[in-house]
Ligand binder design. Structure first.
Ligand SMILES: Nc1nc2c(ncn2[C@@H]2O[C@H](COP(=O)(O)OP(=O)(O)OP(=O)(O)O)[C@@H](O)[C@H]2O)c(=O)[nH]1
Ligand SMILES: [Mg+2]
Length: 281
């Protein structure tokens, strides 16, 4: 369930910009989903950096106690603000994905750690033939200023587990920057995923669904203001349980990868371009 709220009800003066419809006229459009809980101080560092050709920006408000929604609307008068049916980042993303109207969906954080200036790299990889694009802080060109050593170690361990259980060759796992074609959304099976394990679950489902997954190098910045909502050990435990649950499901129900079943919108800039996959005729 998504709850669209009325953008006319705030008194903050508008200072935003008009969006270009150049991408829609090229045959596809991009929605950016921003889950935000008490991020009023960070949004001014995030929303203005979203490229003007993005068709819609959806802020999923996690019942913020501060002025997150008002600040978002002041910065970007045409932003869509929705609610979520259950608590958690996973529930927020699910609501945002369901509300998105564009062919391409990009997810970023609201705390300043994921730079919207990287969005073209994600969209570019999708236009070059990928179904699902995930950021990686551990590829050449990537990096992180927001991870203690023990979180790096935990993330590395989870990456190895995922390689062992599901194959692929991910270099990163628990990172909140990703993009995909909207028509792969059903394959990501997010119905029961409410918390910070959402990124892990999406990445595993993308592998299990035999999607063409690309990683792009990404730099994670430190959260600018406020404190993280992530609790390293309880949320790490949820990630581990997610990997374990998917492993069991894999051996019981899906001994083979799903056949490709995704039809993309008509290629405008020549999708697909990458070889190595069997395309349906
Ligand atoms: N709508 C909504 N947003 C949330 C919720 N929990 C977290 N977020 C947002 O999700 C993004 C990531 O959350 P963070 O608390 O920064 O957690 P993190 O980035 O995984 O961890 P750090 O690296 O420590 O910052 C931020 O934009 C949060 O505001 C939630 O329950 N609802
Ligand atoms: Mg963060």
């Amino acid at each position: 369930m998504t709850i669209e709220t009325d953008s006319k009800s705030n008194n903050i003066p508008s200072g935003g910009r008009k969006r270009s419809d150049a991408f829609e006229s090229a045959g596809f459009s991009v929605s950016v989903i921003v889950p935000a809980m008490n991020e009023e101080k960070n949004l001014p560092h995030v929303l203005p950096r979203i490229p003007g050709w993005v068709s819609e920006v959806i802020l999923v408000d996690g019942n913020s106690k501060d002025q997150t929604v008002a600040v978002a609307r002041a910065l970007m008068p045409d932003i869509r603000v929705i609610g979520q049916d259950r608590p958690g980042k996973g529930a927020a993303l699910r609501a945002g994905f369901q509300a998105a109207k564009s062919e391409i969906i990009v997810m970023i954080d609201a705390d300043g750690s994921t730079d919207p200036a990287e969005i073209p790299a994600y969209v570019g990889a999708l236009l070059s033939g990928a179904d699902f694009v995930k950021g990686s802080r551990f590829l050449q060109g990537g990096g992180t200023r927001d991870m203690e050593w023990y979180r790096k170690l935990g993330n590395w361990g989870f990456v190895q587990l995922v390689k062992w259980r599901f194959g692929g060759n991910f270099s990163d796992l628990c990172y909140g920057y990703a993009a995909f074609w909207r028509d792969v959304l059903p394959l990501l099976e997010l119905d029961q995923i409410d918390g910070f394990e959402v990124e892990t679950s999406m990445n595993i489902q993308a592998l299990r669904s035999d999607l063409r997954v690309a990683e792009v190098a990404s730099i994670e910045h430190a959260r600018i203001h406020g404190t993280s909502n992530l609790r390293t050990f309880p949320d790490g435990w949820r990630v581990l349980k997610t990997i374990a649950r998917e492993s069991v499901t894999k051996t019981r129900n899906t001994p083979q990868k799903r056949p490709r079943q995704v039809q993309k919108p008509g290629p405008i800039i020549g999708r697909p371009l990458l070889g190595g996959h069997n395309e349906p005729e």
